[in-house]
Design a protein around this ligand. Structure first.
Ligand SMILES: [Zn+2]
Length: 231
């Protein structure tokens, strides 16, 4: 149990460090005002237009760092700050979210795979730890019987969530690459603004990396508890 607490504590600490770095990076780069004076919403709309995408809407959503692309109703949802502000952070986030819309329009395979897993993972990921734990309580350590099978079922659910968090990585990196390539190609930002956008997106990607590593660490730990306990 001790190893688990150290592992989870370490990952939680890392996750906190990365997300607070991310927030401070975004704050810093939001002070770099865009030379072209465009808001995040205008950047997003222009990137959609440049890719010939006409059936995706750019809308404003409440909160901070709540930006996302919704493939169900084809909307690029930008947080209020990103939607309205005219700076390097807003440009980076807006272009990144449109990067997901471009992936969707071009049926980018990692995004397709991720979308297929969403309905499954949204049901299983919240309960997987409890299923494994419940199985162990029922006597999985004996290596036979109901408890063991319940624990293994829980591990499979946990494995799905882990796979999901790793499939998210190429999707996120690719959206950022598309965003940065477009910003550069269309000469949307100055060199300094570009450097800011690139750095901000790099920290955003790291939060997904930490989440994936956390899921993997948890899976390995619980697998050890279930299979290791058989001896
Ligand atoms: Zn993204």
């Amino acid at each position: 149990m001790m190893t688990y607490y150290i592992l989870i504590g370490g990952i939680a600490l890392l996750s906190w460090i990365v997300s607070s770095r991310l927030k401070s990076k975004f704050k810093h780069y939001s002070k770099i005002h865009l030379r072209n004076g465009m808001s995040g919403a205008e950047i997003a709309q222009k990137m959609l237009d440049d890719h010939g995408i006409r059936d995706v809407k750019v809308i404003s959503t409440p909160g901070m760092l709540t930006d996302h692309y919704n493939p169900k109703n084809k909307t690029v949802n930008l947080s209020e700050g990103v939607y309205n502000q005219r700076n390097a952070s807003a440009a980076a986030v807006a272009a990144h979210e449109v990067g997901h819309a471009v992936q969707h329009a071009q049926a980018y395979e990692w995004l397709t795979m991720r979308s297929k897993l969403v309905p499954v993972v949204s049901v299983t990921s919240g309960m997987s730890t409890w299923v494994v734990f419940g199985g162990l309580m029922l006597g999985a350590a004996a290596g036979v019987g109901l408890g063991y099978y319940i624990a293994v079922a829980g591990l499979i659910m946990m494995g799905l969530a882990t796979v999901f968090s790793f499939i998210t990585l190429p999707v996120e990196y690719d959206a950022s690459n598309r965003a940065l390539a477009w910003l550069k190609q269309k000469n949307m930002v100055s060199q300094q603004e570009y450097a800011g956008a690139e750095d901000a997106l790099k920290w955003a990607a790291r939060t997904y990396l930490v989440a994936a590593l956390g899921a993997l660490a948890s899976l390995v730990y619980w697998a050890f508890q279930v299979f290791g306990g058989r001896d």
